[in-house]
Structure formats: C-alpha cells, structure tokens
Ligand binder design. Structure first.
Ligand SMILES: [Zn+2]
Length: 193
C-alpha cells in the first residue's frame, strides 16, 4: 500500500497532531450520555490534514436515550452505537485511508472489523491490558490481533498522554465491564492473552 502519511519522516510533527486529535476525541467523548462509558472517535485524512468525521457512543438518531434506558445495561448494549461506528457511518467512503483516534476505551472486536473493512490505515487508541478478566480487555486484544493481521497500524496512547488528557489510565484502557451477565458466559469467550 502506498504510504500517504504526510508526516513520514517528521515524527515530532506527527506527535503534535496526534496529541491534538486525541484531545479532540476526548472533548467529543464528553458529549456521550452513557453514564458508564464516554468514548470519542475522530477520523482524520492525514494526506489532506482534514477531519473527516467524528463520533461518540450513543443510541441511533431519534431513538430516545432516556436515563432509564441508559441505566439498563443489558438493553443499552443492544441499542448503542460505538463511537467508531458512528464516525465510520458519518464518513462513508471517505473513511478510506484515514487514521482514527479513539479515547475512552480500547477498540472492540466489532469496531476493528468495521475499521478494517472501511479501509482505515491506522488506529490510535488505548491498549487493552493483558491477563485480566475484563471483557473489554479481552475483545480489545482480539481487535488488535485482527488489525495487525489486516495490516492496519496500531499506535497505543501512552500513559503520559492519558495523564495529560486527565484520564485514569485503568479506566481509559478497560473502563467498566459492559454487562455483568457476560461474566457468566466468559467461559465461552476464550481469548489467548
Ligand atoms: Zn466498539
């Protein structure tokens, strides 16, 4: 694949813009009404230094995001769109060859499949932790495995960057588990660390 990274050979400039886009993703994450996890995503076309789309986790348009529904963990998971999914849907074909910045949680397995299939070339997000019982860590590790296999670059947000964004390092990596009932099914979710 042709390298379209405008920052090739200019790592300091890349790092500066990475920080800016991560800051923006964090700002956007705060628009989420989800009381348990606020996630923001920014899709950027680096060749044209253009923000293509943004997204945060929430219910589909015109589906009421009442406090009652947001408190019902099981139902909420079945209704909510992830930040990355919203950004991809807004971007449409323009997502091709974009970088995506995700703040709030590691990228999950479903979002990874969609990012790969949309032609995203680089993912900047918190790294999931190894050897935990957290659902998000497990699907996050599977996501990274798929991204790597598909040739999508993964850049982990450093602990220092999380500090600067005012994020708790553990929460930003795993946040809370989405659904307690999943714990009962964890024997079905066997992921190699
Ligand atoms: Zn996801």
């Amino acid at each position: 694949m042709t390298n379209i990274n405008a920052f090739e050979g200019r790592p300091e400039k890349q790092a500066k813009w990475d920080r800016r886009y991560l800051g923006l993703a964090h700002y956007i994450s705060q628009w989420s009404k989800d009381p348990r996890a606020k996630v923001g995503a920014v899709l950027v076309n680096q060749r044209y230094a253009r923000i293509v789309a943004t997204g945060f986790n929430g219910f589909p348009s015109n589906v009421e995001d009442s406090a009652e529904r947001l408190q019902n963990k099981t139902q909420k998971l079945q209704m909510i769109l992830h930040a990355e999914q919203n950004a991809l849907l807004h971007a449409g074909r323009d997502a091709r060859e974009c970088d995506v910045y995700v703040v709030g949680k590691p990228v999950c397995n479903v979002c990874a499949t969609l990012l790969i299939q949309s032609g995203v070339r680089r993912v900047v997000a918190a790294a999931p932790r190894r050897d935990t019982d957290s659902y998000w860590d497990k699907v996050g590790l599977l996501a990274i495995e798929m991204l790597k296999e598909a040739g999508v670059e993964f850049t982990a947000i450093s602990g220092e960057q999380l500090d600067k964004l005012g994020l708790n390092r553990d929460e930003a990596r795993a946040s809370q588990d989405p659904l307690d009932p999943y714990r009962e099914h964890q024997h079905e979710l066997r992921f190699e660390p």
